[in-house]
Design a protein around this ligand. Sequence first.
Ligand code: NAI
Length: 213
Amino acid sequence: MENKPISKAVVKRLPRYYRYLGELMQEGVERISSNELSERMQVTASQIRQDLNNFGGFGQQGYGYNVSYLHGEIGKILGLDRQHNLIVIGAGNLGQAIANYANFERSGFFVKGMFDINPRLIGMTIRGIEVYSIEDLEEYIQKNQIEIAALTLPKLKAEAMAERLVQYGIKAIWNFAHTDLSVSKKVVVENVHLSESLMRLSYRMDHPVKKKN
Ligand code: NAI
C-alpha cells in the first residue's frame, strides 16, 4: 500500500464503503463491479475507482472487487482490525446512551469506563460499565490503555477537560460538547454535532434539490 496522504474527503467516505461492503457480505455477495457498487451507493463508479485507487485499487479488470477482501482492507485502513479502548467523560443522558449502545463493540470500540463529578452517579453501572470519580481519571487512563475519550459533559467544562486528557496521554477525543476544542496537534479530535446535522436538514427542506429522472 502506498504511503501518500489520503484526502479528508476520501477518509470521510471510507466508513460508508465499509458499511455497504459489510451488508453485501451479509447478503452472500462475493464480488461486485464498481458500476454495481455505484448503483447501490448512489456515487459514480469513477468516484469509487478513484477513492479505492488511493490504496492501490483492490479491483481486478473484468472481475470487480472481492467484497470480503475489500471490506477487510478498508477495515484495516480505518484501524478496525484492532481493539480501541474508550472512556466517556460525563455520565449524563448522552454519556449513558453511548455506553448503552453495544454495537460499537462490533467495530472494535469498547467503552471501558465512565467518569463524572456527580456523587450520585459514581459507582453506578450502565451495561456493566462503571461510572468512576473524575479524581481517578489519570490513573485509570494509564492502567487501562485508554486511547479515546468521549466528551459528553457541559460545554464550559470541555476545554479544561480536553487539556487534562492531553496531559494524561489520551490519543483521540470524540467531542460531543458544542465547542471547538483547541488541543495539541498530537491529539486528534472528531466533533459530532447532531444539532448541526438537524440545521442542515432544515435548510434542505427549504431548498430541495430537484432529482433527475
Ligand atoms: P447531562 O447534564 O445529562 O450530563 C452531563 C454530565 O456531565 C453530568 O452527569 C455532569 O455531572 C457531568 N459533568 C459536569 N462537569 C463535569 C466534569 N468536569 N467532569 C466530569 N463530568 C462532568 O447532559 P447531556 O444531555 O448528557 O449532554 C452532555 C453534553 O453533550 C452537553 O454539553 C450537551 O450540550 C452535549 N450534547 C451534544 C450533542 C451532540 O450531538 N453533539 C447531543 C446532545 C447533547
